[in-house]
Design a protein around this ligand. Sequence first.
Ligand code: ADP
Length: 476
Amino acid sequence: MSKVLFAAAEAHPFIKTGGLGDVMGALPQELKKIGVDARVVIPKHKNIKPNFKEKLYFIKWFTVKVGWRNEYCGVFSYNHEGVEYYFIDNEKYFNRDGLYGYYDDGERYAFFDRAVLEFLREIDWYPDIIHCNDWQTGMVPVLQKLEYKYQHNYSQIKTVFSIHNLLFQGTFDKEILPELFGYDYEPYDNGSLELFGGVSFLKGGINYADRISTVSYTYANEIQTPMYGEKLDGLLRSKNNILSGIVNGIDYDIYNSETDKNIFRNYNIDSIDNKKINKLELQKRLGLPVREDSAVIGIVSRLTNQKGFDLIVNIGDRLLQHNIQLVVLGTGDRGYEEHFKGLQYRYPDKVSANITFNDELAHKIYAGADMFLMPSLFEPCGLGQLIALRYGTIPIVRETGGLKDTVNPFNKYTGEGNGFSFRNYNANEMFTIIESAIGYFHNKSIWNGLIRNALLSDNSWQKSAQDYKNLYEALI
Ligand code: ADP
């Protein structure tokens, strides 16, 4: 049985800010089912859900070197549905609100990355693979290659580095090499870690891991081009032979229209009419007029320019001349937050702006909306559109990254397709597609066909977990 340790900054159901957390919650479970001993390690953040936090089991403590200092490191564990989760504890670094965005993130994750390698010795369990995720764990492959592989029990360990979002590169002052890692400047001077005059954890992961993966096939190709490569496209092209794209799935138990306790009425492909009840109840709950004939367009997202909000801002007023209701759930850039509040003020009968993070409301929107809008500028995989499909809510997306790989544009001649898509990052192009979707919405037989196609789309983890297993086995 192969042994895989996932290292990441977040994991559902303990703590999550986005797609990465979802993946850490679902993929290990699925791997377990196909005979992989998958475990997960994350920091013991302050905001881990209290019902879990109080149940974490203390294993032991030891110290971890951060440059010339020794820092306390506690290890806790929790077995969630058969998967062992470990939590790295240090109150100075992780007893804070939120997960990222602190002035000393470099130090916090330098500590975490070394702790990931050190705690293996402490619990006397050595995986075949350490599967690292995003910049926060990018230095694990560096430490493994430069130091640990020369140590007893570590020599066989291989590393996989997954890019969930290339935009976040974890770049810090080059002084961190001696200060936090005890290294000289060689890996900076020879370019292995250097990025625009700093040291990038992400670049470390890309350069030192044995394999690189990203979360969709299209994104794996896109990041090798200057448009999407975030200045690392050249490096990624040179790594082409060890880079692959494996599309994310979603947890089919958490997102299940038949059993979801968060939604107003359960339904399945044989009871599509019950989906309507979710729409009407959602309208009621949000204080919108209860109107079956208004197409409800849902958005559940971080409010950042990555997610295509410039396009939505551009056409907002034009769109709202139609018989639609726009339901937004998200937090993020102040400008977008204010914009949606403003729209709600001006169109109280048509716009509901919920500027908050709320899992329960998210489920209600996924189930209650007719359409789900996600016109991202770039999208490594995207989970929103997958969740929407699972609830028979028709995605309208831009053809980029995972959105392109998972949404099949509707073909009016064959009736095939599970959503709508447009190609260029252009507000008018998006507007035309939304208008055509609204047109089809009023044709019940076409729309019900689309709902059925959406509900029949398979975005479970089953296939992708097998792809990861193959990737691991090729390495061991
Ligand atoms: P990203 O990871 O780039 O933010 P994804 O589409 O991959 O985008 O994943 C976003 C996840 O976070 C989805 O599960 C989505 O439902 C959830 N989410 C985003 N914003 C909110 C919010 N305000 N409230 C509840 N869930 C949210």
